[in-house]
Design a protein around this ligand. Structure first.
Ligand code: DNO
Ligand code: MN
Length: 353
């Protein structure tokens, strides 16, 4: 278990690498060039400068999250080949500085979706919350405004350029079915996987968050069958999964311990966090502690320990604690606590072998 921490860059995060250094046992930083418009090539000098900075703190920068995919590729329209070529160049440039894993997602238009970024938990902390019924009746524009007002910093996947084109994008997706989306994912992977292999990089798809259709947009990475189907697209060793317990686990249909047993070995990257699911389908993010949420985090870590999992792991989101002002879900304190829980579970399972 190679513990990492997601960080948004020098001018783009409230957390600094000096802070991260003080969390026990963190080996690497999960990074991205967040200022780059989606679809543009990440140039060699830019990726090298970021990697050098991360390594100057003694961290590795083996994992990039995310190289986002241009909507033209997801829509499968006439511009896709041009954007796929750019994506390939980014993969090559990342391979050259030693990147080993690229996390990406294939969600139309929106990345992770929540209705409230600072919902109070009974203990007085706040966390990301999803109210199921609210989304059924919500105008996507309202959601965009909620997200935009949550932080002074732009949230990845919610870039204003993209949000400005929202009507046009919704219209473009009207005729796109789930089957079309699978086909477009297959086309993309068959193009890029040979390049990733050559660059020594594993591609790790992030599941849809939440793992069901929202606003009538097709969503395909939602559970066991999706993971199986993804793997059946290509046997390339570069075709992998980001095993995100909180995303898939927001659906009670997904048994995360059973999924870890089946898919951890095809997941070069794991996101570990807990959510509490309510009967009406709402869910709130909680601390990592198993008893605080609906996901058996200790069972998941046991599965990882059983196979001597040597992939990269990060605590995913955290609550906002002790008055911390930070990116929604990406403060320092709760993710640091989460890391200590993961270390504790891992060490105990390893010792009991
Ligand atoms: C949700 C988070 C997301 C994720 C991106 C991956 O669980 O991990 O921000 O990083 O959707 O592309
Ligand atoms: Mn995740």
């Amino acid at each position: 278990m190679n513990i990492t921490f997601r960080w948004y860059g020098r001018d783009n995060d409230t957390v600094t690498l000096d802070h991260v250094k003080q969390i026990p046992g963190v080996k690497g930083i999960v990074w991205a060039l967040h200022q780059k418009p989606v679809g543009e090539v990440w140039e060699k000098e830019e990726v090298k400068a970021e990697m050098d900075y991360i390594q100057s703190y003694g961290f590795h920068g083996d994992v990039v999250e995310s190289v986002n995919i241009h909507e033209a590729i997801k829509l499968g329209n006439e511009d896709r080949d041009r954007y796929i070529e750019k994506y390939k160049q980014t993969i090559r440039n990342l391979g050259e500085v030693g990147v080993k894993v690229i996390c990406y997602n294939f969600m139309p238009i929106f990345d992770w979706t929540r209705t409230d970024m600072f919902k109070a938990l009974p203990d007085g902390s706040t966390a990301l919350f999803f109210e199921k019924d609210k989304v059924v009746n919500l105008d996507p524009q309202e959601l965009i405004e909620t997200v935009a007002s949550a932080s002074d910093l732009t949230l990845p996947g919610w870039e204003p350029e993209k949000m400005g084109r929202i009507k046009e994008l919704f219209a473009a997706y009207e005729s796109v079915t789930e089957e079309d989306l699978w086909e477009n994912l297959g086309y993309f992977l068959n193009e890029i996987l040979p390049v990733a292999e050559e660059a020594g990089i594993k591609m790790a798809i992030h599941p849809d968050d939440p793992p069901w259709t929202i606003f009538g947009l097709p969503r395909i990475m939602t559970g066991r069958e999706s993971l199986e189907k993804l793997l059946s697209i290509s046997e390339s060793p570069s075709n992998g999964i980001t095993f995100c317990t909180g995303s898939l686990g927001a659906s009670p249909k997904n048994d995360m311990v059973a999924l870890a047993a089946e898919f951890a070995h095809k997941s070069p990257f794991a996101h570990i966090r807990n959510v509490k699911i309510f009967e009406n389908g709402d869910f709130i993010e909680t601390s990592h502690l198993t008893s605080d949420g609906s996901i058996n985090i200790k069972g998941v870590v046991k599965e990882l320990s059983d196979i001597q999992y040597d992939g990269y792991v990060r605590p995913d989101h955290g609550r906002h604690l002790w008055g911390e002002v930070c990116r929604p879900g990406y403060g320092l304190y709760d993710r640091a606590l989460g890391i200590m829980y993961l270390h504790g579970l891992w060490d105990a399972y390893q010792a009991s072998k």
